[in-house]
Design a protein around this ligand. Structure first.
Ligand SMILES: NC(=O)c1ccc[n+]([C@@H]2O[C@H](COP(=O)([O-])OP(=O)(O)OC[C@H]3O[C@@H](n4cnc5c(N)ncnc54)[C@H](O)[C@@H]3O)[C@@H](O)[C@H]2O)c1
Ligand SMILES: CC(C)[C@H](C(=O)O)[C@@H](O)C(=O)O
Ligand SMILES: [Mg+2]
Length: 370
């Protein structure tokens, strides 16, 4: 019997609401065995700021480093609009990613058959869609220095953000892209802007070299990120794995969310290298969506992105592929029965609450594993 230690970080807004559904899934798997999950909860984001005046405490960071996996909800919201920049809720999430070196962010965009009409695109464009956006998560303009606002003294201010990429950062994310593609449809599309950015020139060069050296069997295409975004909504099924930098990946994955019907559907895994001591990959599982202040506290949030992120934890951290498949099948079966939270309902469809959606998925899991 294996025991897995999880750190749950529900965060702010809808984070705690969708995390409550993950706790029910943990109970389900603990009852079923033989794997057992033990979890501790911690504060992150605005919730942590309110308690400790920091977006994540050193104590919570230590727990994150020690956990077998972190399950993250969401952070941020208007309540913390005026806190110092360094202590803003989002800084806690960025510190987790950076300090744990979680450089590979897998953001699959899968359109469930029952939801093809919930997408803002035509059914035939998205039906059967299954693409993987691989976002570099610990470099680029998110972390480059300098990052400043300077008063120029003439009534003007100057803001500077810096995009930085070293060869090794591009090489390691490229490898993940090619390895993922080998297990999927064997195609990688790399997106950057080498026509404007030096980091784009290096990105394209290193991805190509890594391909030519180690992954000649995988089909590689390069696309400028702006027209790549256009292609993503024009003909999304042409893609298999898309690999891009931190900022382009942030934007392209939110765009991809609408191919699946809602941001409430998009799960993600943020992975680092294998820890030599534990032999386990450092990992955090986080839905792509944020704290959704417009619907927080109302029981309206779609828990599927969070539940599917937990499913990714089973698959990528705990070698529980069959259990991860069970979650995916239960989500599909629930959607097939027409059960919808408001974000994925089409006009006139009856909607359910966050908890009701969680209960429906659990019921399908019970039925499928009976
Ligand atoms: N990983 C994270 O913690 C994360 C990610 C993105 C944004 N944020 C933060 O969240 C706050 C709000 O940002 P935003 O409004 O731009 O993005 P958001 O993702 O929170 O919400 C965008 C829209 O999608 C809807 N939505 C998102 N998740 C949903 C779900 N599970 N079910 C139903 N509808 C859902 C929201 O209601 C909203 O209309 C900001 O402070 C931002 O920095 C945090
Ligand atoms: C909250 C924010 C820091 C984060 C990001 O920009 O990476 C979010 O938008 C995401 O997509 O995970
Ligand atoms: Mg984002």
């Amino acid at each position: 019997m294996a025991t897995h230690n999880l750190l749950l970080l529900p965060g702010d807004g809808i984070g705690p609401e969708v995390m409550a559904e993950v706790k029910r899934l943990i109970e389900f798997f603990n009852k079923k065995g033989p794997n057992r999950f033990v979890y501790e909860e911690g504060l992150v984001g605005g919730a942590s700021y309110d308690a400790d005046k920091t977006s994540i405490s050193d104590v919570t960071m230590e727990k994150a480093k020690a956990a077998d996996a972190i399950i993250f909800g969401s952070v941020g919201g208007p309540k913390w609009a005026d806190v110092p920049y360094e202590a803003r809720p989002e800084a806690g999430l960025l510190r987790l990613r950076k300090d744990l070196d979680l450089y590979a962010n897998l953001r699959p965009a899968v359109t469930y058959p029952a939801l093809a009409d919930a997408s803002s695109l035509k059914r035939e464009l998205v039906e059967g869609l299954d693409i993987m956006i691989l976002r570099e998560l610990t470099g680029g303009v998110y972390f480059g220095e300098p990052k400043t606002i300077t008063d120029l003294g003439n009534g003007q201010k100057r803001a500077v953000d810096t995009q930085v990429y070293d060869t090794y950062e591009i090489e390691r994310i490229s490898r993940v892209a090619f390895e993922l593609a080998r297990k999927r449809n064997n195609k990688v599309t790399s997106m950057e802007k080498h026509n404007v950015m030096k980091s784009g020139v290096l990105w394209k060069e290193v991805v190509q070299q890594t391909h030519d050296r180690e992954f000649k069997d995988v089909k590689l295409e390069h696309q400028l990120a702006d027209s790549g975004g256009m292609q993503l909504v024009k003909n999304p099924k042409q893609f298999d794995v898309i690999v891009c930098d931190n900022l382009f990946g942030d934007m392209l994955s939110d765009i991809a969310a609408m191919l699946t019907g809602s941001l409430g559907m998009l799960a993600s895994a943020s992975l680092g290298e294998v820890d030599p001591k534990t032999k386990r990959r450092k990992a955090m599982y986080e839905p792509v969506h944020g704290s959704a202040p417009d619907i927080a506290g109302k029981g309206l949030a779609n828990p599927i992105a969070m539940i599917a992120s937990f499913g990714m934890a089973l698959r990528y951290s705990f070698d529980m592929g069959a259990e991860a498949d069970l979650i995916d099948k239960a989500i599909a079966a629930t959607l097939d029965k027409g059960i919808r939270t408001a974000d994925i309902a089409t006009a006139g469809e009856k909607t359910v609450s966050t908890t009701e959606m969680g209960s429906a998925i659990l019921a399908e899991m019970e039925a499928l594993s009976a």
